[in-house]
Design a protein around this ligand. Structure first.
Ligand code: HEC
Length: 720
């Protein structure tokens, strides 16, 4: 291709021959650009987030002989503790596996035998852990480092010894709360998806609370040796920066969110980083941020060395649905009209895949701006149009009618019908409404953090899709605020409804299995632990440090521990200032279920999809996972919600796990046929990886905890 373009014959030019020789030589070299097939160098395989393994020892003809090679048990918890589940995608360098447990200890493990080499306990005793999807490895000669984030810190750990490297930052730690717009003592910035390297930089995003008063999600790059901040990109632009005009003039001083929590990819040759950005806060009401709100919900390309803007593509304008970009953009190549084009594929919560030119951000399939419904909420101005790719088609449902409601029982069906008819629903991008809005897909639907896997041999992109309708219940926040009297308990009750009820239920009953009940805390956890949990969050729960005042936290404590009689008077006025108009969604992040607890939508609830990115057509789409109890006789599998992503291999296989049925599956990557499955000891909630040592290929993944071993494990599989 390259030679034809130059119009010379292949062997006519000595420079080209030299080039060829160098190219062949480089096939064996270990520069940054060549992938060693035996390793899994970073989160999702490589800096391009391909989740692809070039290994083929385990293949279509022998995968059914796979057996457990070893199991590594994390040991953060005691028997009888509540089981936890790590989202870590292990990485493997020089025969050593590095991965974090659910409680955020970092482990170095002999990747051949599963034996521990070292464990670094990063969190202090009792410090709450949060979701973390892995670690980043960097080396320069004998200086080998693991960069990792826990609590509000970015840390450097010596990869050989497991000791924290004191010369990095302050005693081995960089405080992520420092250096964004807001007072570091009043915010809590954490990292769920590991940072990516570019030369001696580690580029990181952040995880923030999705609420009024959140800090902005600036993207930052630090020197891996010193921990020094090298550049910052304002994802909510300042005056004079491009995109500033898409916000009210002062918004850069108060608006929050627009953070990269889903992940990023790096093109080392181009020197570019591609970020998947989330929505601005508050997620369901944007009267204080009228405008398109760049770079919210955008794929953003930056110069990796300097953080300078290259291009962006916004997938949702003025988001009021929490349609964060949930996973790293996959750096892929597609073929169009005989040409190979380097591209970026971004999967979204709406279930779209945007395929963009890697150099310019131009869509490689047509995208139409279509008119969408207007908002009825006072003060809100929904954006008039939203981008719809004409191709590829969405990989999840974006609409439903009465006929799509489940038929498991007549009474539930009637209840669902009544609910359905009471809601506002005008298709994708129906704005949140006081009447209640149906969202499909919703806050957790379409793609999730597991993201896609790209196979360079077939040009197929594999992606898991969740069909998950939600009901958005919008309430006037100030109505709650006005309802209060001046006792601490009452203030707590109001604050609870405002900040906590969306996950823990209006009556503190919780939403199983995702969100625990908090109506019985006195029997389970100490007040001190609860206070810490509120301040720092953990798991899927955001931290409220800086979001809640100390009297609000005292009040919530009084409310949670039923200290009505002991309740103290709070001096009036409780509120610091006149509250602006604010609405809340008190039922996000929960699937619409019928009175018996079954999904209100007919199956399939989840699918695995193989998209040919060159043609924009799906090669196959299958339900993923099964609820045998709800599957009707002879009907296809029901599919089951899951968040982790697939891995594709040169052995012709797609591996994926992560549904409640605790299965790990291997599918034929060409046809979607199920070839092998195994029952794990507990559900997994993490991406799979593959590597080889001494000629033996392994498949490995983090697995959730059990009653006997609540900390969870890492399991590796291999052929006998
Ligand atoms: C986005 C959802 C979400 C919100 C909002 C939320 N939480 Fe949580 N919360 C969770 C999840 C998930 C857990 C379990 C995670 C874990 O144990 O690490 C949890 C755990 C807890 C626990 C520990 C319960 C136990 O059994 O150990 C307490 C206490 C708690 N939350 C209180 C609150 C309070 C108070 C608020 C409001 C200020 C709040 N949460 C807001 C999701 C949420």
């Amino acid at each position: 291709m390259y030679f034809e373009m130059r119009g010379t014959s292949l062997f006519g030019d000595p420079w080209i021959i030299l080039g060829l020789v160098l190219l062949l030589l480089c096939a064996g070299c270990t520069s940054n650009n060549t992938i060693n097939p035996n390793t899994w160098t970073s989160y999702k395989a490589d800096a391009k987030s391909t989740s692809y393994s070039p290994l083929d020892q385990i293949n279509v003809s022998n995968v059914n002989q796979l057996q457990t090679a070893w199991t590594f048990q994390a040991a953060d918890l005691d028997q009888g503790d509540k089981p936890v589940s790590s989202q870590s995608n292990p990485i493997i360098i020089d025969g050593v596996m590095y991965a974090n447990s659910a409680k955020q200890s970092v482990h170095a493990i002999n990747a051949k035998t599963g034996e521990e080499i070292w464990t670094c306990k990063v969190l202090a005793e009792g410090e709450p852990s949060a979701a973390s999807r892995g670690v980043t490895y960097w080396e320069d000669g004998s200086d080998k480092r693991i960069l990792y984030s826990a609590g509000n810190d970015l840390l450097a750990i010596d990869a050989t010894t497991g000791k924290i490297i004191p010369s990095f930052g302050q005693e081995g730690r960089v405080d992520l709360n420092v250096g964004v717009r807001d007072d570091p003592d009043k915010i809590s910035i954490t990292l769920t998806t590991p940072g990516r390297l570019f030369k001696d930089l580690i580029i990181i995003g952040s995880r923030l609370p999705d609420f009024y008063g959140s800090p902005p999600g600036y993207v930052r790059a630090y020197n891996v040796k010193t921990g020094e901040l090298v550049w910052t990109f304002h994802t909510i632009p300042h005056p004079g920066e491009p995109g500033y005009e898409t916000w009210p003039p002062d918004a850069y001083q108060y608006a929050g969110g627009v953070n990269c929590w889903g992940g990023m990819s790096v093109d080392a040759e181009r020197g570019m980083v591609f970020l998947a950005l989330g929505s601005p806060s508050f997620d369901f009401y944007g009267a204080d941020r009228i405008g398109a709100n760049l770079y919210g919900n955008s794929v953003l390309a930056l110069d990796a060395a300097t953080g300078f803007y290259k291009w962006h593509f916004q997938t949702v304008h003025h988001d009021i649905w929490d349609y964060d970009l949930p996973c790293p953009p996959n750096l892929i190549s597609i073929k169009q009209e005989g040409k190979e084009i380097d591209a970026v594929a971004q999967a979204t919560k709406q279930g779209f895949i945007f395929v963009l030119d890697r150099d310019t951000g131009e869509p490689l399939f047509p995208v139409e701006e279509r008119k969408v419904p207007a908002s009825n909420l006072p003060g809100e101005v929904a954006y008039e149009t939203q981008p719809f790719p004409v191709k590829p088609k969405p990989f999840v449902r974006q609409s439903m009618t009465e006929d799509d409601l489940n038929q498991f029982s007549t009474s539930d069906h009637e209840a669902n019908l009544k609910t359905f008819r009471s809601l506002r629903f005008e298709g994708l991008f129906t704005p949140p409404d006081l009447k209640g809005t149906l969202s499909i897909p919703a806050t957790r639907g379409g793609a999730n953090w597991g993201g896609g896997a790209f196979d360079p041999a077939t040009d197929y992109l594999y992606i898991r899709g969740n069909n998950l309708p939600e009901i958005q219940t919008i309430v006037d926040a100030n109505e709650y605020v006005q309802a209060q009297n001046n006792t601490s308990y009452e203030l707590g009750r109001v604050s609870y409804v405002t900040h906590c009820a969306s996950c823990h239920g209006k009556n503190r009953e919780g939403i199983m299995p995702s969100f625990p009940a908090v109506d019985d805390l006195r029997n389970r956890i100490t007040e001190k632990e609860t206070r810490l949990k509120i301040l720092q969050g953990g798991g899927q729960m955001p931290g409220y440090k800086g979001v809640l005042t100390s009297s609000e936290i005292d009040g919530i404590m009084a409310f949670l521990y039923d200290m009505k009689d002991e309740s103290i008077e709070v001096p009036q006025p409780i509120l610091k200032e006149e509250k602006p108009m604010r609405y809340m969604n008190i039922t996000p992040y929960r699937e619409w279920r019928d009175p018996s607890g079954n999904p209100a939508l007919k199956p399939p609830w989840a699918t695995l999809n193989a998209l040919n990115v060159s043609t924009g057509e799906y090669e196959w789409q299958i339900p993923l996972g099964n609820n045998e109890k709800l599957q009707e006789t002879g009907a296809p599998n029901t599919g089951l919600l899951g968040r982790s992503g697939p891995m594709v291999t040169a052995g012709g296989l797609v591996f994926i796990s992560g549904a409640a049925d605790s299965k790990l599956w291997a599918f034929n990557k060409y046809t979607g046929e199920l070839i092998w499955e195994t029952l794990l000891p507990a559900p997994n909630n993490a991406n799979v990886c593959s590597y080889a040592i001494d000629g033996k290929q392994f498949i490995a993944l983090s697995v959730g905890g059990t009653t006997e071993n609540p900390s969870g494990s890492i399991m590796a599989f291999a052929l006998p």
